[in-house]
Structure formats: structure tokens, C-alpha cells
Write a protein that binds this ligand. Structure first.
Ligand code: AMP
Ligand code: MG
Length: 439
């Protein structure tokens, strides 16, 4: 069971007991379900998650069409034709894409046709141009005054050859995309092809980000003496966006109880699904967010048996899920990835799993951990030509050293029930790059 601290005793006593990652995830998963649907135009739908199956009301294509340039013919008419025994047909019209011939093809006749053009009535195959020759008297005029061209046929075709049948791509009445699908570019193309103008998609989780700290200066500013430029705000915006959220607001505030309280309670008009608070998440004098959350809402988890990120917390405030993320940037990243990112993905209809590609690799050096605590080890990964990989541990401590995560290719998670891994062990490794995007 998660530890549930009372409203006024969370600070200055240290964490009496740390919640395990498994317990914390169990609490979190109980809070999560996909948000309601909203309707968006298909041009806005790429990357969104379908909230309902999409059924086509039309056949695609809606008519039989030519798959090659040539002549629409009656296949039995040209059977056996070759360069040694050519046949002759009379061209009675032309069918272009979007502009069908008004002629009908009777035995002895052909309609010149271009790829994508409707097959005229009477024809059952398309004879490619390569199997024909234009006769010298091609421009001759027929007695009725219409242009009449003769076509020499030097090859034959089977019935249906080079004809794309009505509905061969999509049949009316079939489900083309299922609820839960994260829309790929070609999915958007297909929605357009089946004449769907808008789709119901899971609403994007609305995320509000609060970074706290007297020492912070906003992103892009040069820190003065004893100041730190805000790394977590921009990083959290990017993470939330990666996971499908819409950041409704990002604010930076000083370590002041009233200011933090006001910021926590000031939900914008359109509501907030997830509140991310960076800094002041632990049990020190300056750490007011856990106390406020316990008083104003619910502090369900505080103090987690993991490194980094042990001073993280989670709870609820009004309609929002709240994540208390430690200020040390690696802790912030790790706590986001373990808990907040998962919540944002599931609320947005995506899979809970990390979007990081998972591979295996052989450790070049041991990783030490302790039983009872999960560890997050930043690693370099080197792939060899044979499809294998070696994994070099870079940093397991140093929660303040954000560049350990930029020098790393990925990370290895050491489960709480392991003391670590010896060199030579094959381990699971997650790549920071190659994010799968949860399609
Ligand atoms: P805190 O969690 O507020 O106790 O902060 C722990 C450490 O993280 C301190 O050294 C802070 O200066 C640093 N820190 C807090 N917030 C940020 C931030 N947004 N960006 C970079 N460093 C931070
Ligand atoms: Mg702080």
C-alpha cells in the first residue's frame, strides 16, 4: 500500500518509508483512463488517437479504372494477337482520368485510355500501348464524320488485365481504422480517400507546468551570481509534448508558500488534467508543495524507493493529477518518465509503455545497486555489425548532472530486487533516441 502521509507531518522527519515504484505505479494506474473524445479535421489528426472506429461509406475506387495507359478492349477480341498475326481494332473514343469516354466498346472496337481513367462499358481489359501499333491510316475519317483511328494489335491480354476493380482498395461498410489507433500520415491519407472530413480523437491532456526555486532564472537568461537557469521547464514542456500533451501554461515561481499555493490552485478556465511541479518536492523547510497538496487535495505517494527521483510525489488536486518532481534535473527527467509521462500517454489514449526503443546489450562494466531500490543508470551503447551491442555505464548517481543524460545514448533500469549486474551480463537497454512515438 502506498504511504499516505497526514496533512501536516510530511516535512522534516525524512521519509519514514519509501513507496516502491511498483506500488506507486499501481496507485497511478488506478487513476488513469483515456480522456473524452473531441472532433478534429483530418488535417489536424496526424499523431492523434482515434476515439472510435472509422467505417468507410464509399468504395475506393468508386469505379473500375485503368491501371496502365493503353486501350480498353474486349479481351476475347484480341486473343491470339501477336506480331506475326496482328489484329485491327477501331478506336471509338478516349477515356481520361475524371473524363470518361461516352463510347461503349463493342467487339472490334477499342477506347484509348489513360491510367486512372474509368473503364468504358463493354470493355473488360486494358491492352497496354506496348502491345499495339498505330496504323498509317490512323487519322482517316469514318463515313459518319467522326475521327476514326485504326489500331493494330500485336499482343493479347486476359480478362481483367490492368483493370483496377471498384472497391479493390476499400469496400463500403468496412472498418478502415480502429479506435485506439495513433494516426500515421498514411492513415490521414486513407481517411481523406474514404471521404471522411473529421474524426473523433481522444482529447489531448492539458498540462500545466510550475517550476519553483528562488535561485532560478527563466529559460534563455544568463544566470547571475548563485543563480541557476531553468532546465526543467523547457525539458518538461518537450517531454509532455512528446507524449501528446498540450501545455496550457508554464510558470516559474519563487520558493514562497503563498505564491506556490496560488499557482497550484489557479487552474486556467479550460481546466488542467495534469499539473507538473518541479522543485521543492522533498521534506525540507523549503519544500512546501507536498504540504500544500496534502492540505488542499490528496498526497497519495511521497518518497519513492528509486534513485534518482526518491523525493518525488503524486496525488490529486481538484480534477488534476499532480506530480511533484524533484528539482535536480536528472531526477526530474526520471520521475517524469516513470510516472507523469505514463499518465499523460494513457490520458491521451496512448499506450502506457515508454516510447523508447528497447534492445539488449552486454555490459562492459558492472552496475552496482542495492536491494529495495530501483536504479536508473545512464549508459553509452555501441552497436556492432553482427547486430549485438555493448553497454557502458556512465552514471548511476549525480542527479544534478543533466549532461550525463545528453552524453548517454540510453539507460538501464536496475529493478529493486537486484543488487546490480556484473560485467558481461546481457541487459535490457532503452534508447533515448529512436523514440517510437507510440504508433
Ligand atoms: P529542489 O528539488 O528544489 O530542492 O532542488 C534541487 C536542486 O535542483 C537544486 O540544486 C536546485 O537549484 C536544482 N533545480 C531546481 N529546479 C531546477 C530547474 N528548474 N532547473 C535546473 N535546476 C533546478
Ligand atoms: Mg528548490
Amino acid at each position: 500500500m502506498p504511504v499516505r502521509p497526514s496533512a501536516d507531518d510530511v516535512r522534516m522527519r525524512g521519509f519514514a518509508r519509501r513507496t516502491t515504484v511498483t506500488e506507486a505505479l499501481a496507485w497511478l494506474d488506478d487513476q488513469l483512463a483515456a480522456l473524452p473524445a473531441e472532433t478534429v479535421a483530418i488535417d489536424e489528426a496526424h499523431g492523434r488517437v482515434l476515439a472510435a472506429d472509422v467505417t468507410s461509406s464509399v468504395d475506393v475506387p468508386a469505379f473500375d479504372r485503368a491501371m496502365m495507359d493503353g486501350y480498353a478492349v474486349v479481351a476475347s477480341d484480341v486473343q491470339g494477337a501477336s506480331t506475326y498475326s496482328p489484329l485491327e481494332l477501331t478506336e471509338v473514343g478516349i477515356s481520361l482520368p475524371g473524363r470518361p469516354a461516352d463510347a461503349r466498346v463493342a467487339p472490334g472496337q477499342a477506347v484509348r485510355i489513360m491510367t486512372g481513367a474509368p473503364i468504358p462499358d463493354g470493355a473488360d481489359a486494358v491492352l497496354p500501348f506496348e502491345k499495339t501499333r498505330q496504323l498509317p491510316n490512323a487519322a482517316a475519317t469514318s463515313p459518319d464524320g467522326t475521327a476514326k483511328k485504326n489500331v493494330e494489335v500485336v499482343g493479347d491480354v486476359a480478362v481483367s488485365a490492368n483493370v483496377g476493380r471498384r472497391g479493390e482498395d476499400v469496400r463500403a461498410g468496412t472498418i478502415v481504422l480502429n479506435a485506439g489507433r495513433r494516426l500515421r500520415p498514411q492513415d490521414v491519407g486513407l481517411l481523406s480517400a474514404v471521404a471522411v472530413p473529421t474524426v473523433a480523437v481522444v482529447r489531448r491532456p492539458r498540462v500545466r507546468i510550475i517550476t519553483t526555486g528562488d535561485e532560478l532564472v527563466p529559460a534563455g537568461h544568463h544566470p547571475g551570481p548563485f543563480q541557476i537557469a531553468d532546465a526543467n521547464g523547457p525539458m518538461l514542456s518537450a517531454l509532455a509534448e512528446r507524449d501528446g500533451a498540450a501545455t496550457v501554461e508554464r510558470v516559474m515561481i519563487e520558493d514562497d508558500r503563498e505564491a506556490i499555493s496560488a499557482a497550484m490552485l489557479a487552474a486556467p478556465d479550460d481546466g488542467v488534467d495534469v499539473l507538473l511541479i518541479s522543485g521543492g518536492s522533498s521534506v525540507g523547510q523549503e519544500d512546501v508543495a507536498p504540504v500544500l497538496l496534502a492540505q488542499r487535495g490528496e498526497l497519495a505517494v511521497h518518497g519513492i524507493a528509486m534513485r534518482p527521483s526518491s523525493p518525488a510525489g503524486m496525488g490529486r488536486l481538484g480534477g488534476s493529477l499532480v506530480f511533484l518532481l524533484p528539482g535536480n534535473p536528472v531526477s526530474c527527467l526520471c520521475a517524469y518518465d516513470f510516472f507523469a509521462g505514463r499518465a499523460i500517454r494513457v490520458l491521451g489514449g496512448r499506450r502506457a509503455a515508454w516510447p523508447y526503443r528497447l534492445t539488449r546489450g552486454v555490459l562492459r562494466a558492472k552496475i552496482s545497486s542495492v536491494i529495495g531500490r530501483l536504479d536508473y543508470c545512464r549508459v553509452r551503447i555501441q552497436e556492432d555489425d553482427a547486430g549485438g551491442a555493448t553497454v557502458e555505464p556512465l552514471a548511476i548517481s549525480g542527479a544534478s548532472v543533466l549532461s550525463s543524460t545528453t552524453r548517454a545514448d540510453g539507460f538501464v533500469v536496475i529493478a529493486a530486487d537486484r543488487e546490480g549486474y556484473p560485467a558481461g551480463d546481457e541487459v535490457d537497454v532503452y534508447w533515448y533516441d529512436d523514440a517510437l512515438g507510440s504508433y
